[in-house]
Design a protein around this ligand. Structure first.
Ligand code: DGL
Length: 270
């Protein structure tokens, strides 16, 4: 048993999409979340910059005495997972891409046409392709970077025509040309526009890494005997820039739950 919190981080509010599901399954666990809202988006930055930022945030979470770190960001998972594991060999660190790759390999066969969308960095890394093809090299994969989506989501521009037009700009041709029937939301921000995507392309099956990681977290806690006995304090959400939108999104995600939530503007040095 271990009552210490689980640390999550993302470039902004995308990683929150992993937490709502986790809290439903494991209400006794306590969360410390860090959203690097002052420096989002990461997905078009140089890998060296992303490594510096994610090391700073992971150092902060380790100082907060977390029992595990979940990289709730495909961009960081695709570029920094090995480095972070090397830096903190005694803390379990989970990336978000592998559980989604396992899901794709389980549900698809060579007759499917699988699309992977994500940030420029994630798509360029080919992390999804490598992990999926390790499990089944017959699967047909097509990938596409959609860099304008994250800034719109961070601004809360979701349920409107601008978002729908931006999705269509990226996906209409991609989906029609490759006859995509399965779409991997390879950025933790994208589940926040899942309803838009499903409305525009109702026949496509969606794979959501933010849902798939929950089982891996549970497996890891179970294997290492790290489940919490009781939630001892509030879930705490740090942001490097505590914007109104960040607070609103958290309240929206948790509005129907009984979880206690505290917000903190991060005023340390990153
Ligand atoms: N939510 C992140 C991801 O899963 C990062 C998006 C960004 O900052 O560009 O890739």
């Amino acid at each position: 048993m271990d009552n210490r919190p689980i640390g999550f981080f993302d470039s902004g509010l995308g990683g929150l999409t992993c937490i709502a599901q986790l809290m439903k399954c494991l209400p006794k666990e306590r969360i410390i979340y860090f959203g690097d809202t002052a420096r989002t988006p990461y997905g078009s930055k140089a890998t060296s910059t992303i490594k510096t930022f994610s090391t700073q945030i992971a150092d902060f979470l380790i100082q907060m005495n977390v029992k595990m770190i979940v990289i709730a960001c495909n961009t960081v998972s695709s570029t920094c997972l090995d480095d972070l594991r090397e830096r903190y060999p005694n803390t379990p660190i989970l990336g978000i891409i592998k559980p989604a790759a396992q899901k794709v390999a389980k549900m698809c066969n060579k007759n499917n046409s699988i699309g992977i969308i994500g940030t420029k960095v994630t798509i360029k890394s080919k992390a999804f392709e490598e992990l999926i093809h390790q499990l089944n090299s017959d699967l047909k994969l097509h990938s596409l970077a959609c860099p304008a989506l994250v800034p719109l989501i961070e601004e809360g521009i979701i349920e409107n025509e601008i978002m729908d037009l931006t999705i269509k700009y990226y996906l209409d041709h991609f989906i029609a040309y490759h006859k995509i029937d399965t779409l991997v939301l390879g950025c933790t921000h994208y589940p926040l526009i899942r309803a838009n995507i499903e409305k525009l392309y109702p026949d496509i099956s969606i794979v959501n890494p933010s849902e798939e990681i929950v089982e891996s977290i549970i497996d890891e806690l179970s294997a290492k005997n790290l489940f919490a006995e009781k939630a001892e304090a509030d879930n705490t959400f740090y942001a490097s820039d505590l914007s109104e939108n960040f607070v609103n999104m958290i309240n929206r995600i948790f509005e129907l739950s009984e979880f206690r939530v505290a917000f903190k503007n991060f005023d340390g040095n990153l």
